[in-house]
Design a binder for this molecule. Structure first.
Ligand SMILES: [Zn+2]
Length: 114
């Protein structure tokens, strides 16, 4: 099955997969929380390794350039994504911020490290 001149669509996907594999092979530290990533965890475990866009594609970051990709825990990646989706408005900042996911995340790390 020949893919004709589809570099810009399929190529991007292939480039991301290649960059992703390279990061999974060469990086061991979560780029978001700075803690080691344990590759024995698999999705959908919260501490499973994922590849995160440093600058989200939705914010203009490159979708497949390895310079815009980093290793991250699944939960860190998700927490970051959640915080980037909707910048909080001023009058919402007084409300309680739902940070249960972050607390759990750091508890898990500490349990493993100590
Ligand atoms: Zn992390």
């Amino acid at each position: 099955m020949a893919t004709k001149r589809s570099d810009r669509q399929a190529g991007n996907r292939g480039a991301f997969d290649a960059a992703r594999l390279k990061i999974l092979k060469t990086q061991t530290i979560c780029g978001i929380c700075g803690k080691p990533v344990d590759f024995s965890y698999k999705n959908p475990h919260p501490l499973a390794p994922t590849v995160d866009h440093i600058i989200p594609v939705s914010k203009g970051g490159h979708p497949s350039d390895i310079a815009n990709l980093q290793l991250a825990h699944r939960c860190c990646n998700r927490a970051k994504a959640d915080s980037l989706i909707e910048p909080r408005k001023k009058d919402e900042s007084d409300k309680v911020i739902p940070n249960d996911m972050l607390e759990q995340h750091f508890d898990w790390i500490n349990y493993r490290a100590k």
